[in-house]
Design a protein around this ligand. Structure first.
Ligand SMILES: Cc1cc2nc3c(=O)[nH]c(=O)nc-3n(C[C@H](O)[C@H](O)[C@H](O)COP(=O)(O)OP(=O)(O)OC[C@H]3O[C@@H](n4cnc5c(N)ncnc54)[C@H](O)[C@@H]3O)c2cc1C
Ligand code: SF4
Length: 272
């Protein structure tokens, strides 16, 4: 109940529904599994009645940047620019970002056009884009809601009150709350209770592997793994020892597994 998030159920054409769960990654209990929480949501009577007798046809997962205006990174690099959600232009309390993705794409295209027309070979940084974003309605909009998400560090009640005040006053409050790194909230496994998630029933709830199978991910089977560890010892000596390897649970694609080698010594396997 201390984890920030929410659920949605969209009714679509042709008798389809899209259902999802948002889980903030600054949760405290390392045994929390966003995938399994989502399976559990579907068993709530208010949700289950829309799904009973239905067929699961697709599954997906996506990261939502919730840093807002105070987390926007440097937007350009030689020959490229960050636009849309890759730059963090999402309006977090409204969970709306399509308009800002389109607007930033337009501003980047205009800056690129100006640069090429000025004789550029396309390799320098589009500083014109950064300036255009600073003066755009995107920054104005994100400033107005900058304290909404960080206020939830004080819990649901205070978060809702501060967030409501922020929306009502359109961000004129004279402060900007900072963020903490998500991993700082995680408590050691020894101080948390294990969460016993129910087994999938293959009607409303499903396992991770069969879900990933219908996610339409497309890559070469023998593609070399792009996930590289900086320090091979961290997953076992730190993550497993202290937090019971939360990567086994937070990854919605089941990419990380702790397996025992031939001598019974645990090791991290990356399925990518
Ligand atoms: C649950 C939810 C509800 C939302 N509701 C709304 C709403 O009601 N209104 C609204 O305006 N916004 C909403 N948003 C936000 C909105 O979806 C995003 O702000 C918007 O889609 C951002 O657009 P984008 O083009 O920047 O990124 P994306 O839409 O994420 O597009 C990025 C694309 O890149 C592709 N991609 C990623 N990696 C690779 C790769 N290596 N190679 C090739 N392709 C790749 C992805 O598959 C994806 O199609 C919602 C978001 C979520 C998660
Ligand atoms: S490996 Fe798992 S946690 Fe990491 S980005 Fe992919 S799906 Fe998300």
């Amino acid at each position: 109940s201390k984890t920030y998030g929410g659920t949605f159920l969209y009714h679509l054409e042709e008798n389809l529904v899209a259902i999802g769960l948002v889980v903030a990654l600054d949760y405290q209990n390392p045994y929390l599994s966003p995938f399994d929480e989502f399976q559990r949501v579907k068993t709530h009577p208010a949700i289950a009645r829309h799904l009973s007798g239905a067929t699961r046809i697709a599954y997906g997962a996506r990261a939502i940047n919730e840093g807002g205006v105070q987390s926007i990174p440097k937007l350009t690099f030689a020959g490229g620019a960050l636009i849309g959600c890759s730059a963090g232009f999402l309006n977090v309390p409204k969970i709306k970002g399509s308009h800002n993705a389109m607007k930033s794409g337009m501003l980047a295209a205009e800056a690129a056009f100006d640069s090429l027309r000025g004789g550029s070979d396309g390799q320098e940084e589009l500083t014109g884009y950064t300036n255009a974003i600073r003066q755009s309605r995107i920054i104005k909009e994100l400033k107005e809601v900058r304290n909404c998400r960080p206020a939830f560090r004080w819990g649901l009640l205070v978060g809702t009150l501060v967030s409501g005040l922020e929306l009502w006053t359109r961000g004129v409050l004279p402060w900007t709350l900072g963020h903490h790194a998500d991993h700082e909230s995680l408590k050691p496994a020894a101080r948390c209770r294990k969460i016993d998630y129910p087994k999938p029933d293959d009607k409303l709830t499903f396992d991770k592997l069969s879900s990933v199978f219908i996610s339409n991910v497309n890559h070469e089977e023998d593609q070399p793994s792009h996930l590289r560890l900086k320090d091979d010892a961290v997953p076992i000596d730190h993550n497993l020892a202290l937090y019971d390897a939360p990567e086994q649970r937070y990854c919605p694609a089941g990419v990380y597994e702790i397996l025992d080698d031939a001598n019974g010594v645990p090791r991290l396997q990356i399925n990518a």
